[in-house]
Design a protein around this ligand. Structure first.
Ligand SMILES: [Zn+2]
Length: 161
């Protein structure tokens, strides 16, 4: 998700982010993930976050590193195991840090493309009756103003937010 080795098919990512399945084509799914990657690595602050994740996982790994070295394993094996865990752990940590922001990014994209979805909780808003999310109660005006005006026309009421 954050690296260059992202698989071409998006099946695994869809399991983690079910909303992606609402895009009509795999190309659209890949496009939004690529857009997120571009957006994610735009600012230098992100790189601080990426580096910090690496440092945190490395610090956690240090005792295991020492322990494995004492087992008499060749350094290249120990390095490989620990490197793999640090790499994988850093990506996992980044996903925890930035998951909510990524979900919002994807949901905003969906709303722009006419797939109404709650920005906060991911609720499918095709059945929404007013300008609030039936699931979490948030106003939808900011995330999906187009949807709100359609709903307002339908019900003949005014937008109150
Ligand atoms: Zn919601």
């Amino acid at each position: 998700m954050f690296g260059k080795k992202r698989p071409r098919n998006t099946e695994n990512i869809e399991k983690a982010i079910p909303e992606l399945s609402r895009y009509a084509t795999p190309e659209e799914r890949l496009a939004v993930l690529k857009a997120w990657n571009r957006y994610f690595f735009r600012g230098w602050k992100r790189w601080v976050g990426v580096a910090l994740s690496g440092v945190i996982v490395t610090l956690i790994m240090l005792p295991a590193w020492t322990w494995l070295s004492r087992k008499g394993l060749p350094p290249v094996v120990v390095g490989g195991i620990c490197g793999g865990i640090v790499g994988g752990g850093s990506v996992a940590l980044l996903q925890i840090f930035y998951r909510q922001e990524m979900l919002r990014f994807i949901r905003d994209d969906m709303n722009r493309k006419g797939l109404p979805i709650c920005r906060e909780c991911g609720y499918d808003l095709r059945s929404a009756q007013d300008c609030r999310c039936p699931e979490c109660g948030r106003s939808l005006f900011e995330a999906a103003p187009g949807l709100c005006s359609i709903l307002a026309q339908k019900s003949g009421s005014h937008l109150d937010e």
